[in-house]
Design a binder for this molecule. Structure first.
Ligand SMILES: *Cc1c(COP(=O)(O)O)cnc(C)c1O
Length: 223
């Protein structure tokens, strides 16, 4: 029940954030991040109506993927992916949110025969602790990715700094949105880049107001 109640509250807030920014709730995908929780809790989320799930580690991903096989779930891999582990997830994931280096792209490209939807992870806030390529590297990186025919760049992803300061959060989200627009202007067939994966439990409303299409929520949903 708890997850259903949490989801209801989140959906209400999503609606408000959409109203504030003249957007449609239909353009927002809520990814339930289940990395902290059990199979049972995850099942509660699915029953409450969450159809997109996100995991950041291989083990958690495989455990849940195996358990929920046959259930209509879209699987998002949101964590750091080591190149040598690509072969263990590539046939199960629907979307990878953490593409941040050419060696990883090369491995993904090699291990699959179909196009894989990827977000490029960008370290907008330039924090040392964060993964992702730097904002100024985004265009050259995407240019180089064009040689990997199985990589489709559907959008950009970032993690905002841990702060309550809305001005800082907005700056980060705005920067990612403007980078996305720059990529879209290139009209690369391999990089439609129509989406923005940004916003977590503490900042998803601001992220939506700044254009997020995919929000990744753990704590406030299932935590
Ligand atoms: C854990 C995690 C989330 C969810 O974080 P919450 O603050 O619990 O909502 C979102 N994105 C990534 C990449 C994560 O690792």
């Amino acid at each position: 029940m708890q997850v259903a109640a949490n989801l209801k509250e989140i959906n209400r807030r999503i609606e408000d954030a959409c109203k504030n920014s003249n957007r449609s709730v239909k353009d927002i995908t809520l990814i339930g991040v289940t990395k902290y929780v059990t199979i049972e809790r995850t099942e509660e989320a699915i029953k409450a109506g969450v159809c997109d799930l996100g995991e950041n580690r291989l083990e958690g991903f495989r455990e849940k993927y195996d358990y929920f096989q046959g259930t209509d779930v879209k699987w998002h891999f949101i964590g750091t992916l080591q190149s040598r582990k690509v072969k263990d997830v590539i046939h199960q994931v629907d979307v990878i949110h953490s593409l941040d280096r050419l060696s990883l792209a090369k491995e993904i490209n090699k291990r699959t025969e179909k196009k894989i939807d990827c977000f490029i992870q960008v370290n907008v806030s330039k924090e040392q602790s964060k993964h992702g390529i730097l904002p100024e590297e985004v265009l050259p990186f995407i240019e180089k990715l064009r040689e990997y025919e199985n990589i489709r760049v559907i959008g950009l992803m970032t993690m905002a700094p841990h702060t309550e300061d809305e001005t800082v959060l907005r700056q980060v989200f705005k920067r990612l949105a403007s980078l996305k627009a720059e990529v879209q202007e290139k009209h690369y067939e391999s990089a439609p880049c129509a989406y923005l994966s940004m916003g977590m439990s503490n900042d998803y409303e601001v992220a939506i107001e700044e254009g997020a299409t995919h929000i990744r929520i753990g704590t406030k949903l299932v935590g």
